[in-house]
Design a protein around this ligand. Sequence first.
Ligand code: 13P
Length: 333
Amino acid sequence: MNTKILEKTVNKMMVEPKGLLAMDESSPTCAKRFASVDVEDSENNRRRYRELLVTTPELNRYISGAILFDETFNQKMSNGEYFRDYLTAIDILPGIKVDTGAKDFSNHKDEKITEGLDGLRDRLVDYASKGAKFCKWRAVITIGSSIPSTACIVSNSNALARYASLCQESDLVPIVEPEVLINGDHDINKCNDVTKITLDTLFEQLDIHNVFLGGTVLKPSMVISGDKNSNRADAPTVAEMTIKRLLDSCPTNLGGIAFLSGGQSDDEATSHLNIMNTSNKNLPWRVTFSYARAIQQSALNYWRGKDANMSGAQEILASRAKACSDASVGSLS
Ligand code: 13P
């Protein structure tokens, strides 16, 4: 592990006023997103769509790194250039999702365990040799009447730590993503309690595995009411409770924090981030975004697979990326 390389990559990922574009939807997730706008799920359409995203004019003013799925990382654009090389050329760091998905957790109904550790060391060496600078691994924590279980939180945190340590061996910055799902009718206090146990367990595991925190980025969910809660907390409360949770649970020497949007509306995702950054000027780490849906969804809805809609979709994408960028420095108007 070369800590200087890792720190350099983290600094680039976290530079103001930028954040990360998550465009690493797995094939089944991409199929679902395409089906919602009547686009056929083919390799060519996935290439066309991702090409639309990365060729958006001035994307690099707002985006420091893009998380790719394996297919895109090894795919060529219509001009014959690899996506990963194009991104590097426009000063956007190429990153790669390396988990192989959240699968049913044995003996634990309604819970998931993220897989992908087998053979990971060799895959990371290959990605690094092709220019990847950082990786992502997502763990899923579900809130229900008697879940999450300790087994789910400990096993997923352990996998995240083993992944992170393998990444750093190859000088790749690990993004550790423990997503506490928004789905459910729970209130914000329940989300706060589950997020606390999840983050505390994760940092304990990262410590046990000697993961270098200065070369690590946390991608958390916000502390927020369940999407079916009848009395959802307002934006200032979400921002305040989220920052309080992070200050309480995250070591100050962590490289940076970049939120997922997790099913929040575009406005919620940007307004929550903006309030966090206007109300807290002296946080120990940069707090920015690593959104997929909250940057992409409105552009996808406009595109609907049609070439004629491409530049309109890119304008929408650029305006969403700008709003996220403004929110990441607390200057969203
Ligand atoms: P959303 O922002 O759509 O939640 O996606 C972020 C992500 O990368 C999920 O792994």
